[in-house]
Design a protein around this ligand. Structure first.
Ligand code: ADP
Ligand code: MG
Length: 562
């Protein structure tokens, strides 16, 4: 007996459906995309039981004639592609002609539609992909699709669904993304019969963001707009303070299609540099327009990714635009002044930030002339000093780390160490795994310019005969190994500059005064004076703030004098 079977059409369509219809949110996505492709101005979405019981999407788009309606749910039925060349420049959201076919293979399905030129519509009810009833319907032009009992005939699929809270939040995230991607379309979203949000078609983007993503995020957004030969970018990036621990609030729309792009996400993150800690991600809402023939939207079964004609060009354009945008804004901010409803927000809103890489001048005028005659150390961690404008609070570790970082970098850039060196009487011999020796060899010039004398002995053995004085109290053997481990854990450090920066950051952190160290008055004053005269140090190399200024004006506001 032969072991190969030709699959029946029923199995084929269920297998195909698995690719398109992964979860309730995928159904919502496909139906909304169809409505948008039909030119809808208003779209209403209803879900019950996180979409498993009912998903209903209604639109006021161009609708379908009876003939088209009868074809719409057949596999590979589409009005959007006719010739193979069309694939190279797709302007619609759909094009494969498989969404409706896939959805109706795994649900109880009803579709009704009236075209703009017809006086009435038709409604078809399908089961297992077959029409079981049809009738004429009095209705407004447009289309309504109702998907009930999703996955009722594919129990295997239901097993892979997450909790209904998770499935629902996926749907909500998706609808929100669509409402941002299409800022001239009106949206209504209902859950179990209750309204979740309503956005009229004329509601501007900032109001949409407030409703969908919250006022806090809105008050932290910076508008961005850049155009190059093939690309144009608009939308919003966020102030560094808004950095999050996930990429959940990163919205990218490529030619109005909501997609995930690790490339773009990475480029944006790179532009923030040390303004953001490594594990934080900046929220963004970005609209990227690309000539349709320069972007391939046909690379993912659910069209969640795209590929660009040239990744490097896109990366450079995004990173460059974001960096320039950040440099244009004064990132020292007082949320309360900008945003009246954030008045309750006190100290945290006054965090003193700016783009260290751009060496902006210190924003509080005359601070470098301050005598710093009174400096209190609080919790053996923070230095507080009255200044003309109010008072300054400095994180002693972050401040010292930034100063060292700047000094080490300067030493590195001028190829000569400015740091005092300690020549070891007995040179230290360190051995490391051979596989790591390459990392050290690549970093030897960095070590040298920071004040280390390191020499390779062949294989994984190195001789250290001099170290920066600041590091003399450390266990040098393990410090050396930690630097290597740190460089290794950052697999992405491809270039020499990346590695150098990382090494310098690490050593600056290690060499700096720790939180919890008691400082003499002289040490406190030295630190603040150095900080005030340095080139504008607002964040430490890890992106945490170094200092906070609370002005008299802020105090007046805090105590409700004004
Ligand atoms: P695709 O969107 O890839 O063409 P679908 O299976 O999603 O494939 O839809 C098949 C066809 O049905 C579409 O090409 C379109 O002509 C028609 N259609 C589907 N939904 C709508 C709608 N909401 N309004 C008008 N036409 C629709
Ligand atoms: Mg479609």
């Amino acid at each position: 007996m032969s072991k190969i079977n030709i699959l029946t059409q029923d199995i084929i369509s269920k297998v195909a459906a698995g690719e398109v219809v992964e979860r309730p949110a995928s159904v919502v996505k496909e139906l909304i995309e169809n409505s948008l492709d039909a030119g809808a101005r208003n779209i209403r979405i209803d879900v019950e039981d996180a979409g498993l019981k009912i998903i209903k999407v209604s639109d006021d788009g161009e609708g379908m004639s009876y003939e088209d309606l009868r074809l719409s749910f057949l596999p590979h039925a589409t009005s959007k592609l006719a010739f193979v060349e069309d694939l190279a420049s797709i302007r619609t959201l759909g094009f494969r002609g498989e969404a409706l076919a896939s959805i109706c293979a795994v649900s109880k399905f009803r579709i009704r539609s009236r075209s703009l030129t017809s006086d009435f519509g038709h409604e078809l009810t399908l089961l297992h992909g077959e029409v079981v009833s049809e009738e004429k319907k009095a209705m407004l032009p447009g289309t309504t699709v109702t998907v009930s009992s999703l996955f009722f005939n594919v129990p295997a699929r239901s097993k892979f669904l997450k909790s209904s809270a998770t499935e629902y939040s996926q749907i909500l995230k998706l609808v929100s993304a669509q409402a941002l991607a299409n800022p001239t379309v009106g949206w209504e979203f209902y859950r179990d019969g209750k309204i979740v949000f309503q956005i009229r078609s004329d509601m501007p983007l900032d109001k949409r963001i407030r409703i969908l993503l919250g006022a806090d995020l809105l008050s932290n957004l910076l508008a961005i707009q850049f155009t190059s030969e093939h690309l144009s970018l608009t939308g919003f990036i966020s102030k560094p303070q808004a950095g999050e621990f996930s990429k959940d609030t990163q919205y990218l729309f490529v030619n109005n299609r909501h997609v995930n792009s690790p490339l773009v996400s990475d480029a944006v993150k790179a532009a923030y540099g040390s303004l953001l800690e490594d594990r934080r991600f900046p929220p963004f809402i970005l609209y990227l327009s690309v000539r349709p023939d320069l972007v391939d939207v046909n690379v993912h079964p659910r069209k969640e990714h795209v590929s660009f004609w040239n990744d490097a060009t896109v990366h450079e354009f995004i990173a460059g635009s974001v960096k320039e945008c950040l440099s244009k804004y004064d990132l020292t901010y007082k949320t309360s002044a900008e945003n009246a409803d954030a008045l309750h927000d006190s100290a945290s809103a006054h965090t003193f930030y700016a783009l260290k890489d751009l060496v902006k001048p210190w924003n509080v005028k005359g601070i470098s002339e301050e005598p710093f005659s009174e400096i209190v150390q609080i919790g053996e961690t923070y230095l507080v000093s009255p200044i003309k404008q109010g008072f300054l609070v400095v994180d002693q570790h972050a401040a010292h780390e930034s100063i060292l970082f700047e000094e080490y970098t300067a030493g590195f850039l001028t190829e000569r160490s400015r740091n005092e060196k300690l020549i070891l009487k007995d040179p230290l011999v360190v051995s490391i795994p051979l596989a790591d020796a390459e990392i050290v060899k690549d970093s030897l010039p960095v070590f040298f310019h920071i004040g280390f004398d390191v020499e390779g002995f062949g294989g994984g053995t190195f001789k250290i005969s001099g170290v920066p004085k600041l590091l003399q109290d450390h266990d040098l053997n393990s410090l050396f190994k930690e630097v290597i481990a740190d460089l290794k854990s950052f697999g992405k450090l491809r270039t020499f500059d990346d590695r150098s920066k990382r090494t310098i950051e690490f050593l600056a952190c290690r060499g700096a005064i720790k939180a919890g160290e008691k400082l003499s008055f002289e040490e406190r004053r030295n630190l603040l004076t150095k900080l005030a005269t340095s080139k504008g140090l607002y964040t430490c190399p890890h992106g945490r703030p170094v200092s906070v200024v609370m002005s008299l004006h802020d105090l007046d506001r805090l105590f409700k004098r004004i």
